[in-house]
Each structure stands twice: as structure tokens, then as C-alpha cells.
Design a protein around this ligand. Sequence first.
Ligand code: PMP
Ligand code: GLN
Length: 416
Amino acid sequence: PSENVGEHQESIWVEFGKLAIENKAVSLGQGFPDSPAPKFVTEILKDIASHPEKIESHQYTRAFGHPDLVGILSKIYSYFYGVNVNATDDILITVGAYNALYYSFLGWISKGDEVIIIEPAFDCYFPQVKFAGGTPISVVMKLKEGSKSASQFTIDFEELEKKINKRTKMIVINNPHNPTGKLFSREELQHIAELARNYDLIVVADEVYEFHVSQPKEMIRFASLPGMYERTISIGSAGKALSVTGWKLGWAIGPQHLLSPLKTISQNCVYTCPTPIQLAIARAFQQDWPKFMENPNQSYLATGLPKEVMQKRKILANMLEKANFQTILPEAGFFMLAECKLPMKSFSFSPIVGKDPLDVQYSKWLCREKKLAVIPFSIFFSSKDQKHLSGRFVRLCFFKKDTTLQAAEKIFKTFE
Ligand code: PMP
Ligand code: GLN
């Protein structure tokens, strides 16, 4: 393998996905809804598939994104960012947000460039920066002992600023945040904006959970901050927004000068994304967006989705508290961190010192013995020291159907 890639190691999603299936576990692990996809979305794809005579729906479409899709996205994000997002120049459709992230690093990072990553962090940022030849620089958020809200994860901005040097090219900000569920405040985002301006950094704003935010909480998109559109690559996911993660469609949005290298890569790597999927996503947004603006109670994105997620958050939090877990309540998104507070001796679980971090051993034990799949918190950190501080913290996904949550509750009852 090349020096940027290194030895093959299974990602957590590959490893724990297999483990959950092998053990026929109830899964609160990987982040995707396990209930039927929204019918208004799947019906559109059905309609597209039933018209083979519409040639243009089934053949290659425009390289950087189907005109209908970039058209509606330009409308939506022009509104959100308060700038004119040009449909033709400022949007690139990608194979999920993963792909948009990777193009951002490949397009802008040269050997030796540094990328600031705020940890805990979605696990693909580190390897992707390395694949691009860059050096990830971690800034770990602090959490006071006993904190009960994800808002209490905080960035030490002095420390962050000290890590910026001549080689620093980019900062990645994930908001709402996976795995903590933190929603960054305007003040925090403005602080990052100030650093980006002062040190001339590109900001990659991974906002795939932007629609999983319930009022009165406010989703502040980074590109909407004064002057920030010009230096931000915003990343979104149709899979997340419309609850069809298997459709693997995402986008990068930014001014033409920032997107240009991403397009150069994309046209030579995938050329274009699947036409029927792009069309179906475009029509779903076209249907929902007028409701979002004029009749939010009828809109999936404005009300249906955030409401559903919020209800499930309550159910899981109650369940966990009864089962003696200390929860850190998320402000947005669909993940929750929690730590089992029962003494270790009340379980058949006996950790092996010096092996995997405790939470990894604990999560494997939960999956094998209790048939419950969760994600160990430590996988969202890059350094060994941080990994071993994770105790028995795990990340749970609560965007699961009621029967899954009920099955999990039965398992949790054995903890009470
Ligand atoms: N960023 C974050 C923070 C994620 O949690 C995920 C997983 N959905 C992605 C990016 C990748 O999204 P997609 O499935 O659209 O590639
Ligand atoms: N983003 C989702 C999560 O964090 C799924 C990632 C994946 O399956 N690769 O759980």
C-alpha cells in the first residue's frame, strides 16, 4: 500500500456492523433509521423507475449534478446562507457526504499541509486527510466531570490558536456534532470564523445533521456567518436529510474558486452520480421546500423529521437513566453518549488490562452477551491517551423504530 494509506484496518462501521449481524444484536449502533423510508420520497423513485421511455432519467446526466437537483439546492441554500448560491458553479453533487469530504481534502491539501480536526470527531476525517497527504492536527474538546448536556463540550480556543502555524490550511467543523450531539453556538462559530479570517484558513463545514435540529434550538450554518461563504466548503447529505442513507447522495457547496479543484477530481473519478437518485432527491426537495417556507407543520424537513427524532431522544434518555446510565443529552442530531454507572462487578464482563480501551471491550461484550450493538466512544479519538480515558462511554443511535427501542429497553431492564 502507499505510504498515505498504510496497512488495512477495518473501520468501526465494518467491524461493528459485522459483529452486530453475527450476534443478531438489537442495533443502536450505526447511524441510520431502521423504519421504512419516507413514502413521499420512495414513491418518486418508483415513478422514475416506471418510465424507462424517459431516456434522460436513466442515462448519464450533467457531470457536477443534475440541473433539477442543483437548482433546488441553490434555492434552499441561498436562503439558509443569505447569499446567492449559484446553481451551476457553487454546487457539486457527490456520492454521499463521505465523498464530498474526501474531495475537499484531496482538492486542497498538499503534502505537509495541516488540517485542524476538533475531537471527538467522525472517524473518517483523520484517514481521509492522511490519504490526501496531509497531517491531521487534533484539538480535543473539554467536558467537565459530571456534565449532562452536550452543550458542555467546549473548545479551548487558546489551545486551538496555538496549533495554527504556516502549514495550517484548513479546519473541519462538524455541526450538529457526531458523536456528542452538540450544536455549536453563534459565539463559538464566530470564534472559529475569526481564526479562519485571521489565518486565512479554509473551513470544511460538515453539516449533515442540519435538519435534525428541533426548535427552539437554532441551526447556524457556518457559511451564513458574515464573510464566511467565501472560505467555506459546506457539506450535506440527502441520505441524512431525507432518511435514505442507502441512497448515498451528498453535496459540497461553496464559491466556484473553492469548488473548482473538487470538480476536477470528481469529473475524473465518478464523472456523475446516479441520475434516478438525483432526480428523486430533487423532486422530494421540490415538494417539501414550499411547505418548509410557507407551511412548516406540513414539511418533513421543518417539522416531521425533527419532531420524530426528538420523541425518540426522550424515549432513549428515559430508558438509559432507569438502567443506571449517565446520559449526556444531545442538543441535535440522533446520537447520544451515555456511560454505565453500575459497578463492574455486577456484570459477567471482566476487562483485560492493556488490551483494547475499556469502552471497546465493554461494547463488544454488550454485543456478544447482551445482544445490544452500540459504538464505543473512544473510536472518535485519534490518540491512544484519549482513547483510554473513555471509560465505559458509548454512543447510541436513537433514530430507530419503536420495536427496536422496545427490544433495547428489554435488554436495559436486565441492568436495573
Ligand atoms: N459526516 C458525518 C458527521 C456523518 O455522521 C456521516 C455519516 N452519515 C457522514 C459525514 C457521511 O454521510 P453520507 O452517508 O452521506 O456519506
Ligand atoms: N454516520 C453514521 C454514524 O456515525 C454512519 C457511518 C457509517 O456507517 N459509515 O453512525
